[in-house]
Design a protein around this ligand. Sequence first.
Ligand code: GLU
Length: 610
Amino acid sequence: MCGIVGAVAQRDVADILLEGLKRLEYRGYDSAGMAVVDNQSNLQRVRRLGKVAELDDALSLQPLAGGTGIAHTRWATHGEPSERNAHPHVSSDDLAIVHNGIIENHETLRDELTAKGYEFLSETDTEVMAHLIHHELTKNKDLLSAVLAAVNQLEGAYGTVVMDRRDPSKLVAARSGSPLVVGLGIGENFLASDQLALLPVTRRFQFLEEGDVCELRRNRIDIYDRTGKKVTRKIIESDLDHDAGDKGQYRHYMLKEIHEQPDSVRNTLEGRLGDKQVLIDSFGEKAEEIFSKVRNVQIIACGTSYHAGMVARYWFEEIAGIQCNVEIASEFRYRKSFVPANSLLVTISQSGETADTLAALRLAKESGYMASLTLCNVPGSSLVRESDLAFMTRAGAEIGVASTKAFTTQLVSLLMLVAAIGRHNGMANEQEADIVKSLRLLPSVIESSLSLSKPIEAMAEAFSDKHHSLFLGRGSQYPIAMEGALKLKEISYIHAEAYAAGELKHGPLALIDNNMPVVVVAPNNELLEKLKSNMEEVRARGGLLYVFADSDARLMQGDNVEVITLNRVADVIAPIVYTIPLQLLSYYVAIIKGTDVDQPRNLAKSVTVE
Ligand code: GLU
């Protein structure tokens, strides 16, 4: 589920591979490694526990020269993070392999291969693949057929690239459940788990599809489906910035991405709004027909995307008058659920490869949903390809593991979806026109929320010595409180929990003391007076309140209450606007705590394992 880079070229490829790994670092990983075939046709390999920088140091002491190579950043699933378990794995000093994903039947295969005399040097499921392919090579005519024969015996998920020192003119790659993309060069070709890794060397890509196996040479690319039949895959010219992977003037990717939100929201809206209407065709050609029949919406997502879905539920029921359920993908996929007539399944995922969400989509296809729609940030991803309708969030590459601009662009996309569906369900034209107007204002409103950085940075000091915190919100701000709590725990490792403010007295109030800061999201909506009572409940028990409120909410700064005011905005976009200060708060708390903001411990960017 982490990073793969591979290259076949005339020049030495170590630097290209290393740069590729650096560009994939944002996904989170625990070790890194590289192997190339040298001039004497020997496999040379360097692996290190820890960061790519450590691999880089090791490579400067032991440079790898050769035109064919593979490299990997590993996020351990089988076997502890260690040099021994880091990829590439090798079989009989001939084959080297890198792998993203999980092989579920690795134990059976390991026993069979041990019986055949293979010796295992790691605890990984990946090494099983190395020996299995090596064994298949004794029975098959070439590496391609051996890989095809081997992957047909695998259960689970893989994106993998294999290299044989005896024929360094090619790499063979296979994908099932874990993305791989071919990068087309001139007289050289590349492979990676994400196009971002290859932007310094090419902008032309072919996305491998589920089950594809690819033989990559310097001047030739052959792709086959899982039955071995030759197939063609479209060549796509990438419009991602070459610099999409650079931090620019910012100290961290996360801060850069927080500040990119006015632009990313602008991009999400671009070309998709009419004068007073959302342009329905932006959801796809069949959208109008499908939306006119929708009577029920089921949203499936994980993590931050799930919170976006939770906000959308308030919007769907209030604005569009459509019943909406939201569920975590890993729960949904393993339970029997009831599907009302004319239900639309909506999946939300930044990467479009989230394993649980993808599995839920596949399952739902057999469960009687009228149609499926995905909101996703990566064109060509599995969710996009497998859904009836797809809507790109256009956030641009998001490098920080903790999602920021992907979340706000998901919210923008969902609000457009609510308007587009609501139109067919009796929503007044004026209401749609109001939504469109608020959406157009959003980039500049976000801009002014970003100007609150300084007071928020000062507020963050109060959290630096705390171990726990509560986040409160009501209505559509409740999921925003959840997202705020998730951000804080992800990057500062402070335990943070979110509650619908009305729930306070049903339990969490028992936790309140001056070691438990309470963050409140309090725009001036019809729930404000109720929220004020909840805040009094906290204050009366010596709790410390940190409140984000409208300038006209008439909240008094005072003992144990710190208030940061935001400009008054239309209720409908308030959840998007109030997300910004919470992102900044967790960022500045993490800075004070000195954590690894962009790659928080134990986390990975796109969760392509179950
Ligand atoms: N399951 C493999 C391992 O634990 C691959 C992990 C990954 O996707 O990085 O080594």
